[in-house]
Unconditional design. Structure first.
Length: 387
């Protein structure tokens, strides 16, 4: 969308107003890229590249995002460069200051919580959407979690390939032990971290929902694992007070047993059927699945509660407030709940980035202290700093 844009932001954040298709979300995408090194789910790196970029330098098309990050935790210049190679293939380079870095070294420097209308999928979408919700929050607050998540994905690819080979008579069962040992250790850490995170998020989300929703029903959040253990076992794990590494040893014993019990089915199907990659985060309203029994309004408010709970969870982990990115969310809420949300975020202490198609929403009293970017045409921006 943009050939070049530079914004001098203050601690409060930024309002971004303009019609659909003018480039509001492109700014949010840039912030997400700085935060997580990735864009929204379903958006390819190649989609972030302006097709005419690089012409003036006679280079391949590219996208580049640079940000000066300052917080109580870090002061750094983050630079992300994406270059189109062949077709829709891309190459991504990450730098902090003058030094090349891996994604695990960049994620968490600029922590964010993002909220857009597409987040309704947290309720009505597949379990992978809810797993990603936990993964993003945990990866920004626990570098070891992110490394384990990346390695677990690679190990699973190898194990599943071997399962298919065994099913076709081309693989050796004895080789499974090598992959299983690693997957158990990595997977147990992921499950344990998610269980502990889900418990904290659940407490905050229930409180937030009570405050913003005019419904008597209680919102419950619960981690649902493929490991067949009674609720009391999971509750004792979450309430034990131990750290993730020590508690994961208890989970590892159960995960190893479950994988052995499922081996015949895994070979027949050519995939690993138990583990963190198959788990879910259940959202219940009054004890019943909200995706089936909740109204659209209740579902939206549950997501608002989840996002506010995510802020509190991350703050508790890193002792600093993440930035909050609201992309066209205000127009999705009715007037009463919009006012409730604005009243809360105005005092939440986060750097705030808000997009809106309606200029009146961007000029709400709760947002007037923010800088203002008005998009008059696609890729054309008028910026007014905060007064």
């Amino acid at each position: 969308m943009y050939r070049h844009v530079e914004l001098a932001l203050d601690d409060g954040g930024l309002r971004i107003a303009g019609p659909n298709g003018s480039g509001k979300t492109s700014i949010i995408e840039a912030l997400l890229l700085l935060s997580t090194t990735r864009s929204r789910k379903g958006v390819l790196d190649a989609d972030l590249i302006h097709h005419e970029s690089g012409i003036e330098l006679a280079t391949r098309p590219y996208a580049r995002v640079q940000g000066d990050v300052e917080s109580p935790l870090v002061a750094a210049e983050v630079d992300i460069f994406i270059e189109r190679t062949n077709g829709n293939m891309t190459r991504k380079l990450l730098r902090v200051g003058d030094a090349p870095r891996k994604a695990a070294d960049v994620v968490g420097l600029f922590p964010t919580v993002s909220f857009s209308p597409e987040d309704l999928d947290l309720v009505i979408g597949s379990p992978s959407v809810r797993r990603r919700f936990l993964d993003v929050a945990l990866s920004q607050t626990d570098r070891e979690y992110m490394r384990h998540l990346s390695r677990h994905g690679r190990m699973m690819t190898h194990r599943n390939s071997l399962l298919k080979a065994i099913a076709s008579g081309q693989g050796n069962r004895n080789e499974l032990g090598y992959w299983d040992d690693q997957i158990v250790a990595l997977g147990a850490y992921l499950i344990t971290a998610r269980v502990l995170a889900a418990r904290t998020i659940a407490d905050h989300a229930a409180q937030m929902f009570r405050e913003i929703a005019a419904f008597p029903a209680e919102l419950s959040v619960r981690y649902a694992s493929t490991l067949d253990q009674p609720p009391e076992w999971w509750a004792s794990l979450a309430e034990s007070g131990g750290d993730v590494r020590s508690l994961s040893q208890r989970v590892a014993v159960v995960l190893e047993s479950a994988m052995q019990a499922a081996l015949r089915e895994d070979i027949a199907r050519g995939v690993t059927t138990v583990g963190p990659h198959r788990d879910d985060l259940e959202l219940l309203l009054g004890g019943r699945p909200i995706q089936r029994f909740g109204s659209r309004g209740q579902q939206r408010l549950a997501i608002v509660a989840l996002k506010l709970a995510e802020i509190e969870f991350m703050t508790g982990r890193i002792d600093a407030r993440p930035a909050l990115l609201l992309d066209d969310v205000l127009s999705e809420l009715d007037g009463v709940h919009r006012e409730d949300l604005l009243a809360r975020i105005s005092t939440i202490g986060c750097q705030l980035f808000v997009t809106a198609t309606d200029r009146e929403l961007a000029d709400h009293d709760a947002l007037r202290g923010l800088g203002l970017a008005v998009l008059t045409a696609p890729g054309e921006l008028e910026f007014t700093p905060a007064s």
